[in-house]
Design a protein around this ligand. Sequence first.
Ligand code: SF4
Ligand code: SF4
Length: 199
Amino acid sequence: MVFDLKRCIGCNACVVACKTENMLPEDTFFTRTFVAEIGSFPNVKRVYIPSLCNHCEDAPCERACPSGATYTRDDGIVMVDQEKCIGCSACAVACPYDNRTQFSKEKLERSYFGEGELASFEEPRTERWLAGTVSKCDFCSRRIDNGLLPACVGACPTEARIFGDLDDPDSAPNKVLRQRNGTPPLPEKNTRPKVFYVD
Ligand code: SF4
Ligand code: SF4
């Protein structure tokens, strides 16, 4: 995936789409949009910086996982097998990008609407996610397997999120990366992210 920082307007449509698609509880995000202010008065500008799991080629989370729950699919997507996850959080500690989150039982069972039972559309959340496990963005692998784009990409009104196969020279992200220099997040960590920023 490529994030075009010139296009992101910080609307958070991606964040809402992700939370909806993944039925995420309160205070849990698989993608976020950070805000940075650059310069000093009067020459100041705001930059919006989208972020999600970078599906690192050399993923520290996968190396740290003692149960084999974290693995990489043949297409390069870094996944978590909930059935194998023992909730030790070693992956969360190893991720240099703070991109992992743990589902506590309390969090999964707490409604967005205060005390009381979950709303009907919140209920499937407790079946989708196992309490105690750690998870993260999987590029909406279920949507990809059905020929759809990740929810955040489909929701972005400015096409700031550009998704495609990095092994295909003609894919949309590769076309952008050929025209403009792409920078991975925290390159000094040597994790070889499959996410790049262009500005
Ligand atoms: S960004 Fe973090 S969670 Fe995602 S693959 Fe890299 S190390 Fe793992
Ligand atoms: S939906 Fe697109 S424009 Fe809006 S915050 Fe997300 S990446 Fe930026």
